[in-house]
Design a protein around this ligand. Sequence first.
Ligand code: GRF
Length: 208
Amino acid sequence: MLRVVVCVSGGGTNLQAIIDGVAQGAICNTDLVRVISNNPGAYALKRAKAAGIEGVCVSPKEFEDRQQFEEALIRCVEEAEPDLVVLAGFLVKIPVQLIRRYQNRIINIHPSLIPAFCGTGYYGLKVHEAALKRGVKITGATVHFVDEGMDTGPIIKQKAVKVYADDTPEILQKRVMEEAEWVLLPWCINLIAAGQVKVENGRVTITE
Ligand code: GRF
């Protein structure tokens, strides 16, 4: 069984897609052992509870400084002994010790086709605003391993989504979630749980 910790900050629709994927058998051989939120009010924590998954909040507000917060976050991940950490809308910069310790074992979902509209400052609606401003006709989502850069780690899978002339950032965000993110993230976790994802020289290959 692949032990998975999911880190969240907000609504948790990607978390829900993972929970449903496990329940419905689209994600095999996977145990969702803990959900960690930096935000006590995150609806994602309610989703975890409803699914019978332990939810833990580690808020930076509870700590004197960044270092203490990061240490608590690392402890919270390590206690759960995960094989894989999934960042599903987690708006916290991941401590570098955690990235090194869990090399190629932390994945993130980003709502664009990396390397477009990614990196510092590209989160939430800003990604879709930038895509519309540039006039791209196709956008999408990317699941990648987390390295020490911002959205720079090895890409596991991407899924494209059409952009229409009358899209607003909100409409596009919803389409990217429904057509790409909620499909892609469960798909990647299942592939990792099946041992089909290999990283070599910074590139991912998916084996049969
Ligand atoms: C998603 O768009 C994800 O790609 C981004 O943050 C959003 C999280 O949404 N990183 P939710 O909390 O899963 O609903």
